[in-house]
Design a protein around this ligand. Sequence first.
Ligand SMILES: Nc1ncnc2c1ncn2[C@@H]1O[C@H](COP(=O)(O)OP(=O)(O)OP(=O)(O)O)[C@@H](O)[C@H]1O
Ligand SMILES: [Mg+2]
Length: 460
Amino acid sequence: METILIVEDHEGLAKMLTQALSDAHYEVLWAKDGREGIAFIQTERLDLVVTDLKLPYKTGIDVLHAAKEHYAAMPVIIMTAHGSFDIAVKAVKEGAYDFIAKPFEPDHLLLQIEKALEKQRLLKENLVLRETFSSHLAFPKIIGKSPEMLNILEQARKVAQGKTTVLLLGESGTGKELFARAVHMLSPRKDESLITINCAAIPHDLLESELFGHEKGAFTGAIGKKIGKFELADKGTIFLDEIGDMELSLQSKLLRVLEENSLIRVGGTTRIPINVRVVAATNRGLPKLIEQKRFREDLYYRLNVFPLSIPALRERTEDIPAMVQHFVDHFAREMNKEVKPLSKNALNLLMEHPWTGNVRELQNTIERATILSDGNMILPEHLALRTRADQLTHIKEIPLEGSLHEVSSAASRMIETRMIKKVLMKTDGNKSRAAEILQVSYKTLLTKIKDYAIEKPTQT
Ligand SMILES: Nc1ncnc2c1ncn2[C@@H]1O[C@H](COP(=O)(O)OP(=O)(O)OP(=O)(O)O)[C@@H](O)[C@H]1O
Ligand SMILES: [Mg+2]
């Protein structure tokens, strides 16, 4: 239910409007002067303000300014009496949604309110759409006919029907995000939004307000009100990626939100009910993190209602040929090249590779091969698997051949890999802390970990 504030000093008119708006199922607050109106704006959760222009203590313009300052997108409707038309026009120029001349029919005001709120809803939806588009919401193509994959797909299909929390487990690159999307798309919520948040990619001090939103002035830099991901995901699904990287203090807050199905924005006081399906994922061993007191046991039980463990690619090698075919087709199309078959040796190499980076590594390998293959077949040399492994681990095996640039970039990859591994070991797999120590951005580190196929030390 939306809350509307009426700022009006004539009690008779205020009562009539309150009645009309309540009948139309709005929650109504009445302030009898400008000062009281501004106080409401600062303390209550409002969706729209209707204000008279001439008021005791403060004017309607002051009320308008206070509303805009509190939340720039707040719709404000100005009621004007005969003779203050000019001021009303000025108010619209200063950001009022519209004005209405007294005397008016309550139905007329209702219509304006409805329109203003509809605009507001569109704005919010727009925000959701932008989120949704960035995660290109089509049903994901999941390749795999191995018994393991068929079993997981079947389980995903079943659990998707309800609102049960799903916890996706598996090494990096196994397809957790893919399955999160699948669970959403197979659920009755599929037409609502799927909002993804990567808990490791956002600095700890910002994550709380990303998740739960904040009120204006909640902390330095909180210029306006912000709607968090949980509110954006209302009626839909939220995907909490890399949940194992969330800080303990935030874990407690998350637990409370999940248990009470409601949240309080940072710096706020009002409890806002939410209806969200939670899917979480991690490639870290949560039981071990619990042992180390880095993950809350109660949150673990709250999330681990329906775990889906996606096996590593090396444990389902029979899926490799179909995946290779899929990626070969995909990249050939993308690069406008002819689809080329793999030589028998090339396929054998792919079947035997350990794939520590799982499907993502396989995908990258095929992309590279598609670029490199110049004949009519993809050959082992196009896969560049051996050399890559050599570059990654053994400095002595960097062949002193090719251009200086190639050799030095191989050497730098090798040394970077070793350094990253060492630091990850030290931070027990915590990537944001590792990025701090290495003095690179989190994103850079993530890219390198993926490119160099570095395994996490805490993987289980
Ligand atoms: N079964 C599959 N069929 C087709 N593509 C897949 C499959 N599994 C994974 N992929 C592709 O592999 C890549 C990695 O998958 P995804 O991002 O879902 O992995 P992840 O488990 O979330 O990894 P990380 O832990 O590193 O975030 C994606 O491009 C995804 O589309
Ligand atoms: Mg992922």
